[in-house]
Design a protein around this ligand. Sequence first.
Ligand SMILES: Cc1cc2nc3c(=O)[nH]c(=O)nc-3n(C[C@H](O)[C@H](O)[C@H](O)COP(=O)(O)O)c2cc1C
Length: 161
Amino acid sequence: MENKKVIIIGSSRINGNTNRIATEIATRYNFDVINLSDYSFSYYDYESNNLTDDFFPLIKNIIEKYNTLIFATPVYWYSMSGIMKVFFDRFSDLIRIEKETGRKLRGKNMGVISNSHDSTIDDVFYIPFRKSAAYLGMNFIGNQHFNADQKVPLEHLNFQH
Ligand SMILES: Cc1cc2nc3c(=O)[nH]c(=O)nc-3n(C[C@H](O)[C@H](O)[C@H](O)COP(=O)(O)O)c2cc1C
């Protein structure tokens, strides 16, 4: 597999700031884009009553096609967006049920793009991503915060491209 990259958008607005910033970056660097809002998946369920929703087909498709996953989230209450957190919670299904699929995440790359109306963000914001990457055996390749009110500095991406 060539190192195809995808930006995975998790926002409460289909055409909001996260989508705009991610799309500009994807266009400039020829990354694919997946918007989690286009899929229907529910909170992690210990009873596994939601295994037929869109999560498994979606994650399998991502794993099959891409070696680098760049998560794009707005800052909502000092954290990642709710939809992005639900997506991460569902990774538990990959550890408990679809283990073979989960193991395929090992060795892949993870990056994060965040945005808010500030130009800076505390580095702690990225800890859940960094630690999840480590837990899943993924390489954390970097994070970058964007001010949603400023032009996207396309020539200055922090992570490998
Ligand atoms: C529910 C909610 C919570 C937010 N919490 C924060 C916050 O804690 N810190 C911050 O700087 N901005 C916060 N914002 C502002 C967003 O980070 C900012 O508007 C962002 O660009 C929105 O991206 P979107 O259009 O993709 O939703 C919040 C916005 C919403 C809707």
